[in-house]
Design a binder for this molecule. Structure first.
Ligand code: SF4
Length: 335
């Protein structure tokens, strides 16, 4: 894929949540939810942010959307810095970056008809009024492959997949350049998941949308994404083009995640890498490599020295000391 200039740039983004306690309710610690995350997304590109629950991927999405304020770092949209904009100047940003949440039922007002749900952003941003609203809503219903006559119905009258289509139509309504899909298909059945992924992929081609696809499911992102960034405990540990990452993962954590992805061919063999132990608490991340408490290849240096995210191949970066050692060749492939 030919890379175009970034639509979104995220530089060294941090989000730390203060922990309060004691009699006076003072700050007693920090939750290091996101701790220095850097990536970019080009116009029309999909970047998937993957990792286990609690790794900070949804917090990254919320910080970009300014649903929460970042602690440090920068976010740029189309060459303009947006992380430090005052609330009064956030309106244009809200139009250009939209979100589709995991649970379409709770993110849609059950008392509003579909027509009004989709029309809301059109009216809020002054993009249509009068009879024009119905025309725009009807076009958006076509775009997400929902029947036009369904616009008078309420969210509870739709299936989970249809409700997610309504959420996508609402996100498309203000003419967004970037849609953040936060576990947008996680709650759906397998076949419905595939339909929504196909829809997003088609919309991307038709409308030139950029997507930040946040998911714990590597199997799903394989069919949608251009690049993948793998997060662990608040940091990106590997980022690469999709084909490169799936064919030649370099970080042991990526290898472990990939080894758990089912293969369609029942005769194919995949060496499963079982990670032991739980994800450490983001309140006190381990020193050195944050993955060292679970890594099957840990050695002394990992416990004291943090590996930096560095180039390990064309368009591929990983944060692992093993990449400086020939021992990497001994690691099982997740092919
Ligand atoms: Fe494992 Fe060490 Fe690499 Fe971390 S730096 S992933 S602990 S081998």
């Amino acid at each position: 894929m030919t890379r175009t200039p970034p639509l979104l740039e995220v530089n060294a983004l941090k989000k730390h949540f203060p922990l309060r306690g004691g009699l006076l309710g003072g700050v007693t610690g920090q939750v290091y939810a996101v701790d220095g995350v850097t990536f970019s997304i080009a116009k029309g590109e999909t970047l998937s942010l993957v990792g286990e629950s609690g790794c900070g991927k949804s917090t990254v999405g919320k910080a970009i959307l300014r649903l929460i304020d970042p602690t440090d770092g920068e976010v740029w949209l189309d060459g303009a810095r947006i992380d430090n904009l005052p609330a009064s100047q956030l309106r244009p940003l809200r139009r250009r970056i939209q979100v589709v949440f995991q649970d379409p039922f709770s993110s849609l007002n059950p008392r509003m008809r579909v027509r009004d749900i989709i029309a809301e952003p059109l009216r809020n941003f002054g993009l249509a009024d009068g009879g024009e609203v119905d025309d725009r809503v009807a076009t958006l219903m076509d775009t997400v492959r929902l029947p036009r006559d369904a616009m008078r119905r309420f969210p509870h009258e739709f299936s989970g997949g249809q409700r997610q289509r309504i959420g996508i139509a609402r996100a498309l309504a203000p003419g967004a350049d970037l849609i953040i899909c936060d576990e947008a298909v996680s709650a759906l059945d397998v076949s419905v998941k595939a339909q929504i992924v196909n829809l997003l992929s088609d919309l991307q081609d038709e409308l030139g949308l950029a997507l930040l696809f946040i998911s714990h499911d590597l199997a799903i992102v394989e069919h949608l994404t251009h690049r993948v960034a793998v997060m662990y405990l608040g940091k990106i540990v590997e980022i690469a083009e999709r084909r490169t990452l799936f064919a030649n993962p370099r970080h042991p954590y990526t290898r472990a995640l990939l080894s758990a992805v089912p293969v369609p061919d029942p005769t194919a063999r995949r060496d499963r890498i079982i990670l032991t132990g739980d994800v450490p608490s983001p309140i006190s991340p381990p020193p050195g490599c944050r993955f060292h408490t679970r890594c099957p290849y840990v050695f002394d240096r990992c416990r004291t020295e943090e590996p930096l995210l560095r180039e390990v191949g064309e368009g591929q970066k990983a944060a692992c000391h093993l990449d400086e050692l020939p021992a990497l060749r001994m690691l099982p492939q997740a092919a």
